[in-house]
Design a protein around this ligand. Structure first.
Ligand SMILES: C[S@@+](CC[C@H](N)C(=O)[O-])C[C@H]1O[C@@H](n2cnc3c(N)ncnc32)[C@H](O)[C@@H]1O
Length: 882
């Protein structure tokens, strides 16, 4: 097939397309013929068929399939058709005599029963053009059909619903007995095609050649476009330059006496004529030959553009024609003396068409402009609204997120209470700059940050307070205080956030539960010593708590100084800032500081903390005899386990006035196994690690790798110690916020390589752990074992009794003992087996023991099971209804 108008998009691949593919048809159009044949039974009785415009051969395939064997099928198309069995094909133009001769040569004297035509011209221009050529093609195919069809034969053709349609049908009716137009279901609705089935060919002896002459058949149509302009023929349908798609072929030939192709039209004909549009379409040039016309040339309305346009009308576009029409109007309206002399109404009916056209175009342009402008404004407004909506949503989401992360605590924080600029938590509390700025706004001072991030006072509103404010703000102390306050707040919020995270963590929950259990076990009872000066009883339920309080009091004057000296690193914050914290800020203290302080004081405090009775009992076992520093470990453990509440500095100060001078507070250590092992800086770290390893073994792949390397002598102890000093080991953690340190700890560390073997060892260990039976199973097994042992023991006792008796002979004794021992060794009574005997066949209706059944038995009925089930079902249904 040549160029075929393609239906684009998914619609092209419709069900007939798929069917055609499935059934091996070359074109989906095959189904059109199948459906036509189904309706009119065209092919079944045909012995000779000619298919005009047959490529790629879909219709030929159908014809070959439905026509009787040995029938003749001839296909013609402009493009060659791939061979089809039983089909002869030619490549020829059906409008040419050559095609006719080829068919004649093939058919010889035969006549065709059916002539098919599904032609579509290969022009891809405007639809009206297509339709016209299609009609011509139809007439050409009809010409061939009437030549080759036998009397009573059928002609099937495709026509397009166009102005030519009725003319064609009229012609068909002259030549065929029955003419019917139909649109098979497979023909797309979007297509203007329609199939005309002309049956019962009349085969008149003489056919008027006009019936087959497009010039005559479509004559009426051509004449509908009349021309009142002298020298312009009806064939000048193309003269409407504003509708070039309605171009028609020049089928009337040249006007009488005018045989030239180039036409020069006098300007007066265009200006004064009734049909200026036709003039523009028919001529090549507008000439100014008369004096009058030359006079128009001199007018201002006749611009250079107009003159250039008049030179060659064939190259003009729509816009140029509009210019000429406007020029014509202008001449007629203002400059043309003839018009005024003639009293011509410039907006007269004769020019209405053109005038209207031009005006409409202008109005449309203006309207278009306005609507475009409107559209633009609307789009802008919509975009703006969308942007605002998005921004609001983002803000909302951020706020919610912060609330969820506990980063925003509206009205909980001193800053926010005073500062509306923070938008009740809408703004980021981590924005230090903003926080400071807003804080200062309260004090009517505006600040900015210098290059180093320090505050610089830019201006101050309230002059009265200016000096005082400046003093306060500029002072280092004030700055430090504020900074410390903010950081403390941040830390507090971060701790709360971590707390939340931990609460959600299942492992943490288990750990907490264990801790509680341990606490329960280790509870030291009600404090005996009740001579505490402090009246605060918040934690007094716990004996351990009280003891820690005592320790703190003791430490306040004695140990703090010592610790300070003995372990300077562990108490890094001897800063004045902490001392000067605001009361509300003091409640939130640095987690790290707390930890360090406790570590430094626990060692001194241990003498005051008594170990619980259970702990004493436990550690009194021989196994712990050689373990160094056990006391410290156990004591620190008990003290820290018991004191998991925070103690504020103020409380410590309350308890001991001397301690107010002290630079640090004693806070109970938050018990954390890992912290004990890896983070603690006390002397017990090694022993704690040892204990942990003894209890759990090596639990990390890194540790196993290192251990294996040591054992395999790949590394020496010295190398390992040296490896311990790396670029991270001397990093100071001083003054860094805990959230930062937590984050650093995750990523800022040496990557110890892990070997495959280490991983395999750990996995094997884990598998062994997993393979352990669960507690209940282990208990059941142990119970069983225990009972077996008991039985055996009992049997032994009995056997001894039997042996001791004098009433029995030795043989009898041996028999009895053997029986007893067998019984004792057996696994106890076995449930006796009950045999189920189905009451059917030989057992049906049997009373008493059925034949061949030994031991215990139960008779069962095969129906019983079903009936019981049915009964249950019924009961259930009745229950539901109630
Ligand atoms: C829709 S296709 C025919 C499809 C065909 N019925 C089938 O089922 O495969 C139209 C065909 O008409 C052919 N055609 C158009 N003008 C022609 C002409 N003047 N002579 C011969 N064939 C022509 C085109 O080459 C094109 O292959």
């Amino acid at each position: 097939m040549g160029k075929v108008q393609k239906k684009t998009g998914k619609g092209r691949l419709d069900k007939y397309y798929k069917l055609a593919k499935e059934q091996g048809y070359r074109a989906r159009s095959a189904f059109k013929l199948i459906q036509l044949n189904k309706k009119y039974s065209i092919l079944e009785n045909a012995r000779c068929t000619i298919d005009l415009c047959a490529a790629p051969g879909g219709w030929l395939q159908v014809a070959s399939k439905y026509m009787p064997p040995n029938s003749i099928i001839v296909g013609v198309d402009l493009v060659p058709i791939k061979p089809i069995p039983r089909v002869v094909t030619f490549a020829a133009d059906i409008t040419t005599p050559q095609c006719r001769n080829l068919i004649r040569g093939e058919l010889k004297d035969w006549k065709a029963d059916v002539v098919l035509h599904d032609g579509a011209p290969n022009v891809g221009t405007a639809w009206i053009q297509d339709a016209y050529s299609q009609s011509e093609l139809v007439l050409m195919s009809l010409k061939l059909a009437v030549e080759f069809l036998t009397k009573g034969g059928t002609f099937v053709t495709k026509v397009f619903r166009s102005v030519d349609y009725n003319n064609l049908i009229w012609v068909f009716n002259q030549l065929f007995g029955k003419v019917e137009a139909t649109k098979p279901p497979s023909s797309r609705n979007v297509s203007a095609e329609i199939f005309v089935v002309c049956r019962d060919f009349l085969a008149p002896k003489h056919i008027d050649p006009k019936f087959l002459d497009p010039k005559h058949v479509f004559k009426d149509l051509a004449s509908t476009i009349s021309s009142s302009t002298p020298g312009i023929t009806a064939g000048d349908a193309q003269s409407n330059v504003f509708h070039p798609e309605k171009k028609r072929r020049h089928r009337d030939g040249y006007a009488d006496g005018d045989y030239t192709l180039f036409k020069s039209i006098p300007a007066s004909q265009f200006i004064l004529g009734d049909d200026p549009i036709s003039v523009l379409g028919s001529g090549n040039k507008i000439s100014f030959s008369t004096e009058e016309e030359k006079g128009w040339l001199a007018l201002s309305a006749t611009t250079d553009e107009v003159k250039a346009n008049c030179e060659d009308l064939k190259v003009l576009g729509k816009g140029d024609f509009k210019t000429l029409m406007k020029w014509r109007l202008a001449l007629r309206e203002e400059a043309c003396p003839i018009c005024s002399q003639l009293g011509l109404d410039v907006k007269a009916k004769d020019t209405e068409d053109a005038t209207e056209h031009v005006e409409v175009v202008e109005v449309v342009d203006e309207e278009q402009e306005i609507s475009a402008e409107l559209e633009r404004l609307n789009a802008e407004a919509a975009a703006r609204a969308k942007r605002e909506r998005r921004r609001a949503n983002e803000l909302k989401t951020r706020t919610i997120q912060r609330m969820q992360l506990q980063m925003t605590a509206p009205l909980d924080i001193g800053l926010e209470q005073h500062d509306a600029a923070l938008g009740l938590g809408q703004d980021d509390v981590f924005d230090l700059y903003q926080a400071r700025q807003s804080q200062r706004k309260d004090q009517n001072a505006v600040y900015t940050l210098d290059a180093d991030g320090d505050d610089i006072l830019v201006e101050s509103d309230a002059e009265e307070d200016e000096n005082a404010e400046e003093e306060a703000l500029d002072s280092e102390e004030e700055k430090e205080r504020r900074l410390a306050g903010l950081e403390a707040e941040l830390d507090g919020l971060y701790d709360a956030y971590q707390g939340r995270l931990r609460e959600r963590d299942a492992k943490y929950k288990v750990k907490e539960a264990r801790k509680k259990n341990a606490e329960r076990d280790e509870w030291g009872g009600v404090k005996e010593d009740s001579d505490m000066e402090d009246g605060d009883d918040s934690g007094s339920e716990d004996g351990g708590w009280d003891k820690v309080q005592e320790n703190k009091i003791d430490d306040g004057d004695s140990s703090s100084g010592e610790s300070d000296e003995s372990d300077e690193e562990s108490v890094p914050t001897t800063s004045k800032a902490l001392k000067r914290r605001r009361p509300d800020q003091e409640q939130v203290s640095d987690k790290k500081e707390k930890r360090q302080r406790v570590v430094s004081t626990v060692a001194d405090a241990h003498s005051n903390v008594s170990t619980s009775a259970a702990a004493k009992l436990w550690f009194s076992q021989g196994i712990f005899a050689d373990v160094d520093g056990l006391e410290n470990l156990s004591e620190s453990a008990s003290s820290t386990e018991e004191t998991d509440e925070e103690v504020t500095e103020s409380e410590v100060e309350d308890q001991d006035p001397d301690s107010s001078d002290d630079d640090f507070e004693t806070v109970p250590l938050e018990k954390d196994a890992d912290e004990d092992l890896w983070d603690g800086e006390n002397g017990d770290q090694d022993s704690a690690v040892k204990a942990h390893i003894q209890k759990h073994g090596l639990t990390t792949a890194e540790a196993v790798t290192l251990a294996q390397q040591l054992i395999n002598r790949e590394k020496t102890k010295t190398q390992l110690i040296n490896d311990g000093f790396n670029r991270y080991s001397l990093n100071s953690k001083e003054d860094l916020p805990s959230w930062f340190l937590d984050d650093e700890a995750k990523n800022y560390k040496v990557n110890i390589p892990v070997t495959k073997e280490a991983m395999a060892a750990l996995r094997a260990k884990q598998r062994a752990l997993d393979a352990r039976p669960i507690k209940k199973v282990a208990e059941a097994k142990a119970r069983k074992k225990f009972k077996a042992a008991q039985r055996l023991e009992k049997a032994m006792k009995k056997a001894e009794g039997v042996n001791a008796t004098t009433d029995m002979s030795e043989r009898e004794k041996a028999q009895q003992i053997e029986k007893l021992m067998r019984k004792g060794a057996s696994a106890g009574k076995k449930a006796k087996e009950v045999k189920l005997v189905v009451a059917k066949g030989a057992h049906k209706g049997v009373k008493g023991r059925p034949k061949g059944v030994k031991g215990r038995y139960t008779m069962v009925d095969s129906r019983m099971k079903k009936e019981v089930r049915a009964k249950k079902r019924r009961e259930k249904a009745t229950r539901k209804r109630h």
